[in-house]
Design a protein around this ligand. Structure first.
Ligand code: CA
Ligand code: CA
Length: 412
């Protein structure tokens, strides 16, 4: 169907020559609304709107020669995408808005690089996307660096096996909710969120990984927490290099679901995770090695034994992990002596907590964490009892009288 192109070409010639003599209503409308057209699109260069219609032919959109003039793209009602949408909108770098809520994507299998390099895009409506047949989402939104939000709640269960670089370089995206996203197949997740440096909230769906999860969260430097409960690495994952590298705001991480003998490489796994102060490892994870580049800080302790640093004195931590354990930074693990509830004040509340603990211990139950117990045992006797409570009250009384108390001079 080249006829539309021919009509458009004839029309533009007629208009230039001032010889506009067509009487057909359809053709006249055409001249007003579009100055380029293909089988599945019309383009209005005045408004910069590219309108898709009917069955979208991949090559017509990827080979459109005025991409830089397109400011927005919308799908008219009845628009149907074919199985291949690979690189469909790649290179529409001045386009700020894409509205595809009318597009039927139920037959689409390939969405790789679909919006690749749409670096001016601030609005993308794919809220009605059907992704049930999609197998490839690699680099789908890569380089959409102006996008601050993206509603992908319509992304549910699919056959996808490649999500590598899916959101790579979406550096303005502040939140992302993938809670409906479930992969039937295990997939390659390498660099999936690479460089999403503004992301403060990320809800992961039920994703299982194979092959590689390397660089998956690399440079997600605004992320303070990450729930990986539904994320699974299958026994086909062999590479998790730099998976969390550069997550410099992340304070805690539970990797219970990650591990296994098949992982051959985990270089730089925690590189530049400078805020990480709590780390839970599952029984399959194995030991922490220097090559994981876990910043040692003031040293790491197992919460089962919060007073013993186990991570060595090097720049990076190294310790043995046996079973499921939670490790914390030494400084974070110890409450100040006497300050059982950790509110930075030593007062009657702390004395009460010590007495309650003493009473509970009499019944064989402890109400305090290991760190709190260490803070409560102010006389260093190895247990918490009434003597500790008495000393805490004396400390409180002295401090209230304007004295800076010294534990060495407080006796029960
Ligand atoms: Ca206190
Ligand atoms: Ca004591």
């Amino acid at each position: 169907m080249k006829i539309n192109r021919i009509i458009a070409a004839v029309l533009s010639l007629c208009m230039v020559g001032g010889a506009f003599t067509f009487n057909s209503t359809a053709v006249r409308d055409y001249s007003i609304t579009a100055d380029a057209a293909g089988e599945c699109y019309t383009f209005n260069s005045t408004t910069g709107v590219l309108t898709l219609r009917g069955n979208v032919v991949l090559e017509e959109i990827t080979e459109f020669d005025r991409k830089e003039a397109v400011k927005s793209i919308k799908a008219a009602e009845g628009t149907v995408f074919s199985g291949r949408c690979y690189e469909l909108f790649e290179g529409y770098s001045n386009c700020t808005s894409i509205d595809l809520k009318n597009a039927d994507t139920s037959e689409v299998e390939y969405m790789g690089r679909m919006f690749y390099g749409c670096s001016s895009l601030t609005s993308l409506d794919i809220s009605s996307f059907n992704i049930s047949k999609v197998c490839d989402m690699s680099s789908m939104f890569e380089g959409c660096s102006s996008l601050t939000s993206l509603d992908i709640s319509s992304f549910n269960t699919c056959e996808v096996y490649d999500t590598s670089r899916m959101f790579d370089g979406c550096s303005s995206l502040t939140s992302l909710d993938l809670s409906n996203f479930k992969t039937k197949e295990a997939c390659n997740t390498s660099s999936m969120f690479y460089g999403c440096s503004s992301l403060t909230s990320l809800v992961l769906g039920d994703i299982s990984a194979k092959d590689s999860a390397s660089f998956m969260f690399y440079g997600c430097s605004s992320l303070t927490s990450l729930d990986l409960e539904l994320f699974v690495t299958t026994d086909l994952v062999y590479n998790i290099d730099y998976m969390f590298a550069g997550c410099s705001s992340l304070t805690s991480l539970d990797l219970s679901m990650i591990g296994g003998d098949t992982i051959e490489s985990a270089n730089g796994l925690f590189s530049d995770c400078t805020s990480l102060s709590e780390l839970t490892l599952g029984k399959d994870f194995g030991d922490i090695a220097v090559g994981h580049k876990l910043p040692n800080g003031k040293g790491w302790v197992n919460t089962n034994d919060p007073s013993t640093i186990i991570s060595g004195s090097g720049e990076y931590a190294a310790f043995t992990n046996d079973g499921k354990n939670t490790y914390v930074q030494f400084a974070a693990s110890l409450n100040k002596k006497g300050d059982i509830n950790g509110d930075s004040v030593i007062d009657g509340t702390d004395a009460t907590l010590a007495l309650k603990e003493y009473a509970s211990l009499g019944q064989g139950i402890s109400t305090l964490t290991a760190a709190q117990t260490a803070a409560a045992d102010v006389n260093g006797s190895g247990n918490v009892d009434g003597s500790d409570a008495t000393m805490i009250l004396r400390y409180y009384a002295l401090a209230g009288g304007g004295v800076t108390p010294d534990w060495d001079h407080i006796f029960d």
